[in-house]
Design a protein around this ligand. Structure first.
Ligand SMILES: *Cc1c(COP(=O)(O)O)cnc(C)c1O
Length: 480
């Protein structure tokens, strides 16, 4: 299997080459040359593999369709090491539970940081460690986080050989729980840096360091952002696992609703559907930051600047530009790299928006690719949390609530609707309190978290000081 760029870069690459890279050299995103198609017969086999041997075995079957440059035994071992009951808190790893009549919740948030990003990041940690050892290389991941991504990356990379993580976050602006989660890690290869500024300042610093090519090369600086193909691929697996739990035979159809930000999670659903998984609709749920909902309703994609992005009570969906969206537009346009370059490299950069209103493919988004969308605002979110609690006794997190709100509106009664649970409520207890007047119960393993000692370096918004801190941290290690 070879990978190409959505903007037409001429050289095709193998999986392990793109594993450690971000964007393609032409600024595009990597996609497989074609999607392997899974027949109904094969789906039945995969169903049995999932039921008999579990999630790790299913993950291996799906991943091996896309990864042919890691020996099969090694890949199997990586999957078995990643998807365990111990790490994901449940023998099924991603268990499905009913919420309402024919509406289900696919639980993806029982990993180490209680958000669905663990599902992909834990695999990435093991793949990185494996590939870096094979190449005799090291990687120093530099990132900016306002919450979930940073902690998922740190818990995935902690103790991994050949990898360091330098994670910047806005000083004093994350939830107490999120801070405690990240800063309580006491590992020689994890470095928390609280920047005296806002999230955009952190992102700018990361960009400035990455733009210093000499420094970047000397210190092997890399990233783990959501455009990484391996992360997306890992997410394809749970669409299959959810499907097998919701159906008895492989000619039944289901729909999925996905609380969306960077379009990574739902793009994995699109890949699963392209592979032949019987998905009727893929429903994008957004919060107040509704650029994606606007596109699917109107055909106009209007990215926003950071300062026009609302701070909401489902903060992990507060995005102004959906970084994985280019992958879908590439498929939607019939894999037209020239058009994609024009839209994303030209129009979006120069005008801040593009329109597919007059393009014949726009209607395919719904008709051929099954996409629908909706949005949920603060009041909807609180209502949904309250209603679910009153009707079922369950507390759900604000992002998942956005999904349930939109799913309930667009649900066809006769088809199972699977809503992806992207975080647990304990991470966002302030909003839960606002909705139901009480805080969620903390899972036992996390009760002591907020009283643990915290390890964090506070720095001003100053790129020289950040570089200095990174070099010194790495230097002292090589001396030991
Ligand atoms: C990251 C995140 C999302 C958005 O997922 P995308 O893949 O960026 O669309 C939604 N909910 C939570 C809790 C998240 O952490």
């Amino acid at each position: 299997m070879l990978y190409l760029s959505t903007r037409g870069y001429s050289t095709k690459q193998t999986f392990c080459d793109i594993l450690l890279e971000g964007l393609a050299p032409d600024g595009g995103l990597y996609l497989p040359e074609s999607y392997p198609v899974v027949s109904t017969l094969r789906l039945e086999e995969l169903r049995h593999i999932f039921h008999d041997k579990g999630y790790a075995a299913l993950a291996f079957e799906i991943l091996s369709l896309y990864i042919d440059d890691i020996p099969r035994d090694d890949l199997m071992q990586i999957c078995e090491k990643t998807y365990t009951q111990k790490i994901f808190g449940n023998p099924l790893v991603a268990p499905l539970r009913p919420l309402y009549e024919n509406i289900f919740i696919l639980a993806l948030s029982n990993g180490p940081t209680l958000a669905f990003k663990d599902m992909a990041m834990q695999l990435l940690g093991n793949l990185f460690e494996y590939e870096l050892a094979r190449r005799n290389q090291t990687l120093n991941i530099l990132g900016a986080t306002s919450g979930d991504t940073g902690s998922a990356a740190e818990y995935a990379m902690r103790g991994k050989k050949g990898v360091h993580v330098f994670m910047t976050s806005p000083h004093g602006r994350m939830s107490k729980f999120q801070q405690a989660q990240m800063f309580s890690l006491n590992e020689p290869n994890i470095h928390n840096i609280a920047i005296e500024g806002v999230f955009d300042d952190c992102q700018d610093l990361v960009k400035q360091v990455s733009n210093d090519l000499g420094y970047k090369r000397q210190y092997n600086i890399g990233t783990v952002n959501s455009i990484n193909w391996a992360r997306l691929l890992a997410q394809v697996v749970y669409y299959f696992a959810g499907y097998f739990q919701a159906t008895k035979t492989s000619n039944q159809k289901v729909s999925f609703t996905v609380p969306s930000g960077n379009f990574g999670n739902i793009c994995a659903g699109h890949v699963a559907r392209m592979m032949g998984l019987p998905i009727e609709n893929l429903i994008v749920a957004t919060n107040e930051n509704d650029v994606l909902d606007e596109f699917f309703r109107t055909g106009i994609y209007k990215a926003r600047s950071g300062k026009d992005t609302f701070e909401t009570s489902s903060p992990s969906m507060d995005i102004s530009k959906a970084s994985n969206f280019e992958r879908f537009i590439y498929d939607l346009s019939g894999r037209d790299a020239t058009l994609v370059s024009q839209l994303f490299a030209d129009e979006l950069t120069k005008l801040g928006q593009f329109s597919l209103v007059d393009h014949s493919s726009f209607k395919d988004a719904k008709e051929k690719y099954g996409f629908l969308s909706g949005k949920s605002l603060h009041a909807d979110r609180l209502n949904t949390i309250r209603n679910v609690y009153q009707q079922t006794g369950e507390l759900i997190d604000p992002h998942t609530a956005d999904g349930i709100k939109v799913a309930t509106e667009l649900h066809h009664a006769e088809l199972p609707m699977l809503v992806l649970e992207t975080a647990l409520p304990i991470k966002f207890s302030k909003t839960i309190h606002e909705a139901v007047g009480q805080e969620p119960v903390c899972p036992p393993a996390f009760v002591a978290l907020e009283s643990l000692p915290q390890y964090v370096k506070v720095l001003p918004v100053d790129v020289a000081l950040l570089k200095d801190y990174i070099s010194k941290s790495l230097g002292s290690e090589t001396l030991q």
